[in-house]
Design a protein around this ligand. Structure first.
Ligand SMILES: O=C(C[C@H]1NCCC[C@H]1O)Cn1cnc2c(c1=O)CCCC2
Ligand SMILES: [Mg+2]
Length: 442
C-alpha cells in the first residue's frame, strides 16, 4: 500500500489510524478497543524498558509479578478509589459452562491486588522501604473512543508500588520517578513534556497528590497525560492496615507511592512526529535506524552494487548502529522509498552505479528529506552524526511547535478563545472553588 490516503491536517483521527497500521505497528483486532502490537511497536516498548528497568533497579526497586485476578471484596476495599471507575472493571463470571461461585475482576491496576500482601510482609521498620514494580498488562473496559496505544481496553505498562516509613522518602521518590518519565519522553521519544502537580479535582482520588508529565498534540490542541507518579499518602495504608513497629517501639503507618507509564508513550510519539508520508521514528527507538537500498540500472553491474550495499549495512551494524538492507528484486527503488518512509526509518542510503563510480553513497533523511552525498570512507561517523542530528531535530521541532501554541491568558473569555484555538494555556491558578456569586460578579 503506497502513500497515505488521509492528510494529518485534514482528518487527524483517520490519519493516525492509517499511520499505525501502514507502518506495521498495529493490526486491528475483532474485539473493539483491543489491538495487536506488531514487532515495530514491541521493539519500541522494549527499548524504553531497556532504559527504565535498570534505572529503577538502581533505586532499589525490584520486579515482582502479581496475579491478573482480584476478588470483589478486595477490589471494593478502597471506596473512593474504585467508585468512579466501576464501569471500567472487567469481570470473569464463568469457567466453561458453569458460573463461578464468586465473580473475579481482571486487574485494572494492582493496588488492591498487592496491598493485602504489603500488610503481611511489612511488620517492622526494617521491612521498609518495600519497593516493587511489575511489567504487565491491565484491562479497563473503556467506552469513550478507543484509540490504538492511547486508549485501549488492554494495555501494557509498568506499575511501581513502594512503601516508606517516612513521608519525605516517599516525596523524594515521586519526583525521581517523574524525572525518569521526562527522560523517557524527551531523551528517547524526542517529545517535550511539562512536569506538574495535578489539581485536587484532577488527581488520583485514592492518593494524596499526583504529579505527571504532560505532552501536547498541536494538531488537536489537546494536552495528553504522558505518565503519572502519585504519592498515596497513608490512604491505602489505612484501608489495608499496612502498619509497622517503628524504631521506638511505636506503631507507624507506611507512606506509599505508585507510578506508571504505558504503551500510550508509543501513540504520543506517532501523533507528535508522524507526517503525511507516515511514521517518523526517533533514531533512539527505531528498530532499524538505516535501510540500505540498491539502485540498479539496466546494464549496470548489479552484483557490485549489491555487494556495496551489503558491506555498507555490515559496516554500520559493526559500528553499533541498526542497519537493514532491502535488496528484493521484485520491488522498484521508488516503491521501497515509500515503503520505508511509511515505516518511519530515520535514514535511507541509496547506492547506484554513479555512487559506485564516485565511491560515495546518497543519504536521505526521513525527518526533513535532505539528501546528502557521503564518501564511503567517512560513512560510519557521518551516519552516526546524522542520526544524532535527526534525534535532536525531532525534539527541537516538536518543542518549537509546542511552545508556539502556548498562550498566556488572564480572563475567562481569553481562556475560552485560546482553548478553541488549539492553544496550550498558561493562566493564573487560584485553586479556589468556583461559587455562584463569584461567577455572577465579574
Ligand atoms: O491506576 C490508577 C492509579 C495508579 N495505579 C498504579 C500505577 C500508577 C497509577 O496509575 C488510577 N486508576 C485508573 N483507572 C482505574 C482505576 C484506578 O485506580 C481503578 C478501577 C478501574 C480504572
Ligand atoms: Mg481512565
Amino acid at each position: 500500500k503506497l502513500g497515505m490516503a488521509v492528510k494529518k491536517d485534514d482528518n487527524f483521527g483517520e490519519w493516525y489510524s492509517e499511520v499505525v497500521v501502514n507502518s506495521e505497528m498495529i493490526e486491528y483486532y475483532d474485539i473493539s478497543g483491543c489491538y495487536i502490537l506488531r514487532p515495530q511497536a514491541i521493539s519500541i516498548w522494549e527499548t524504553l524498558q531497556a532504559f527504565f528497568d535498570p534505572e529503577i533497579k538502581k533505586m532499589g526497586i525490584k520486579n515482582a509479578y502479581f496475579p491478573l485476578f482480584v476478588t470483589e471484596n478486595v477490589l471494593q476495599k478502597e471506596k473512593d478509589h474504585i467508585e468512579g471507575f466501576a464501569p471500567e472493571v472487567a469481570w470473569v463470571t464463568k469457567s466453561g459452562k458453569s458460573e463461578l461461585e464468586v465473580p473475579i475482576a481482571i486487574r485494572p491496576t494492582s493496588e488492591t491486588v498487592m496491598y493485602p500482601y504489603f500488610a503481611k510482609w511489612i511488620r517492622g521498620h526494617r521491612d521498609l522501604p518495600l519497593k516493587l514494580n511489575q511489567w504487565c498488562n491491565v484491562v479497563r473496559w473503556e467506552f469513550s473512543n478507543p484509540t490504538p496505544f492511547i486508549r485501549s481496553r488492554e494495555f501494557l505498562w509498568q506499575e511501581g508500588h513502594t512503601a516508606f516509613a517516612i513521608k519525605e522518602e516517599a516525596d523524594q521518590e515521586v519526583l525521581e520517578i517523574l524525572e525518569l518519565y521526562r527522560r523517557v519522553y524527551e531523551e528517547y521519544l524526542a517529545i517535550p513534556v511539562i512536569k506538574g502537580k495535578k489539581s485536587e479535582l484532577e488527581k488520583f482520588a485514592g492518593g494524596l497528590y499526583t504529579t505527571s508529565v504532560e505532552a501536547f498534540i498541536p494538531h488537536t490542541g489537546r494536552g495528553i497525560q504522558g505518565a503519572t507518579s502519585h504519592c498515596l499518602g497513608q490512604n491505602f495504608a489505612k484501608m489495608f492496615q499496612i502498619n509497622f513497629e517503628d524504631d521506638k517501639g511505636g506503631k507507624g503507618m507506611v507512606w506509599q507511592n505508585s507510578w506508571a507509564y504505558s504503551t500510550r508513550t508509543i501513540g504520543v510519539m506517532v501523533m507528535v512526529h508522524g507526517d503525511d508520508k507516515g511514521l517518523v521514528l526517533p533514531p533512539k527507538v527505531a528498530s532499524a535506524q538505516v535501510v540500505v537500498i540498491p539502485v540498479p540500472y539496466k546494464d549496470a553491474d548489479t552484483t557490485a552494487i549489491k555487494a556495496a550495499c551489503e558491506s555498507t549495512a555490515n559496516d554500520l551494524n559493526a559500528a553499533g548502529m541498526r542497519a537493514d538492507l532491502d535488496t528484493r528484486e521484485n520491488y522498484s527503488p521508488g516503491w521501497k522509498y515509500s515503503h520505508w518512509e511509511m515505516k518511519g526509518i530515520p535514514l535511507r542510503i541509496e547506492i547506484g552505479p554513479r555512487d559506485l563510480e564516485k565511491s560515495q553513497v546518497r543519504i536521505v533523511r526521513r525527518d526533513n528529506g535532505a539528501k546528502i552525498d557521503v564518501p564511503m570512507g567517512e560513512l560510519v561517523e557521518k551516519v552516526q552524526e546524522i542520526l544524532t542530528s535527526i534525534q535532536e531535530n525531532l525534539f527541537n521541532t516538536a518543542k518549537e511547535k509546542r511552545d508556539a501554541c502556548i498562550e498566556v491568558v488572564h480572563t475567562w473569555d481569553e481562556f475560552m478563545t485560546a482553548l478553541n484555538n488549539k492553544k496550550l494555556i498558561l493562566a493564573p491558578w487560584c485553586d479556589e472553588e468556583i461559587v455562584d456569586q463569584v461567577m455572577s460578579s465579574n
